[in-house]
Design a protein around this ligand. Sequence first.
Ligand code: ADP
Ligand code: MG
Length: 468
Amino acid sequence: MIEREDTVAYIARLERELQAARDRIAALEREADIHTRYARQLDQRLTSLLSISAALLIGRDIEHVVSLVVQQATNLFPGTSAAYIYLLDSDGEGRIQLKAAVPEHEPSVLISTLAEMASKAPRAMLLNGPELEQLIQYETHRVPNEGCVVPQSVLLAPLRIENQRLGALIVCSDQFYHSFLPRDLPFVQALADLTMIAIDEILQRQRAAALQRDLVHTQSLRAEAEARLNAAQAQLLQSAKLAAVGELAASVAHEINNPLYAARNSLYLVEQDLPPDAPQRTFLTIAQQELGRIARIITRMRDFYRPSRGELSSTNINALLRETLELVTTHLRHNHVVVHAHLANDLPVITAHADQLRQVFLNVILNACDAMPNGGELTVKSSLIAARPESPAALAIAISDTGVGIAPEHLPHLFEPFYTTKPHGTGLGLAISAHIVTQHGGRILVDSQPGEGTTFTILLPLEVPKAE
Ligand code: ADP
Ligand code: MG
């Protein structure tokens, strides 16, 4: 009997021990399970952080980076109900502003207050229910009411680069069973640091691009200034040369005038004494005519270099062209040059120095003739060019020849005084012509094909600029 009782107690004890062992095993299993889950979660988080960092580093702009971060935050922290990124405003007043939110909605005043606080914090923080409520009361001096839902738990991380405060990352959970844990802190700090590295990278890229643009701009300004300086120097040189020519011409005219006057006078006296039928009279007349011609050349030369001689008057350009052509008809015919004139009927009369313009046309026509030593065709065209946004209405006079053309190396120098390729040329015709046309507010353009011919186009505005 005793034996049986002992056995029963013994079995009961064994059963209790067995149960205890089973409980321990279950507890160990649970613990192992927790560890496995935690390890899996850790693994997931690291993978997730790695993929975020890869995505961030190729981020194109800041908007793209911040919206990616708030999305990833909800994946990285299970139980997240909302995530926000605030960044310092660029207005320099040191305020932070919401840049990205998931879900997309206006955050409460509470969240903004938390963000302001987090942006000044030295490192990531975790705040749970009661602390959170305390903090809100302290920060906002008011009890959170129905209008202000207090999250269950919040992860905050400052966004900063080298101690410079730039904003905050906030991750909230509303679920009671999903409070965040201290072990989440390194991850939220890591996410914040990654975000800042990505933003810094973008800012630096933008700064580099801006610097590059500035540099290009400065270089083009410099080139422009240099070009203007060169043009001004060339113009100065040209003017100086022309002035020298003018002075020379005036003094030569003066020097020649006196002996010329004496010679003409003497011839006049000889003429008086000569009988009307003397055979020498023919030669005397020739001598007088030629001296008269010299006198006229001298006057023309002197007048020519005198700046802005005469009055501006209403000038009919077509009439002026016809007159000039008439003047050289014999010369052209002698050189086997055929003339074509295409003069537009609708040309308005312009205000100009007619004498000076006649001189320009003459210079260009004579050059064209010189360029056709074996004859050729000379075409003179006039036309009206309508006003355009970049240039006012103008007259265009195109004088073309079928002559030798101009070699490219001569082109840049044509309008320089004394630049000539002719054995007996003066190199003054085009320099003076350009001067006159510029005084009229116009331009001379050259287009030449060596071996085929040349066109000089003279553009004259309908109104001479006032500054003249
Ligand atoms: P010049 O006629 O005394 O040489 P210009 O100033 O009138 O001086 O002309 C300068 C140079 O321009 C000429 O020597 C010539 O080389 C060139 N030139 C001007 N017009 C023409 C043209 N129609 N065809 C070819 N070359 C020309
Ligand atoms: Mg000439």
